[in-house]
Unconditional design. Sequence first.
Length: 254
Amino acid sequence: MKSKDGSATAIVATLLVVAVIVWQMAAQSNLINGQLLGSPAGIYKSAVIGLSQGQLLYDTWVTLVETLLGLLLGSGLGIALGLALWFYPRTSAIVEQFSILLNSIPKIALGPLIIIWFGSGMVSKIWLAGISTFAVAIISSCAAAQEVDKDLLNLFKSFKAQRAKVFKKLILPASVPWIFSILRINIGFALIGAVVGEFIASESGLGHAVFVAGSLFDLNTVWLGVIILTLMAALLTWLVKLTEERVISWKGEQ
């Protein structure tokens, strides 16, 4: 399995390198409009300028903190509430319907409201990122609690185990893979929520930098922001996957 993952990674990396080389050669040969589409050399130059001024690192840090805190806020509350609803099956169905309704609302439409309520600082971006992840977390965690092996559940019932013990010994451990899947999915949603908030009103962050660069037709800086956001999402996804592997291997040793 690991060899397959390594081969796929190598293929993707090779394709990306080839694409960058072709892109740069096309820009240098004027086969494409470098001002309109940007170029790898221009992106590199923008990165050097941003790093030398310190603004690029600061913007990256701001967006990373907003994303992480929003992910923990929305996913944490959603997972906790979704699993807790296992104790209340009738209420669970109602909450799921409300969550589906919330998830269908474009989060960008909620942006102005969140900005008005919490201001244009980091707090509003954290809330927007949290709201973007909450509905997915609660819907998925409700499903996780309901998809537990029925035979094992009946076995616990046959021993007249208390519901709290069933939850602790069966429902919660069985939901661990779902929880990590929720976190992996919600990384993208949290990042989108934070960036959308930065687009609407902010003085820092990668979303703010991309918005300003786009207004000035600085396509290289726009590409730089997109690349960093992509790498950030990939890094966070890898960290969640690594943590999942460690947790599952630890459980297997018990």
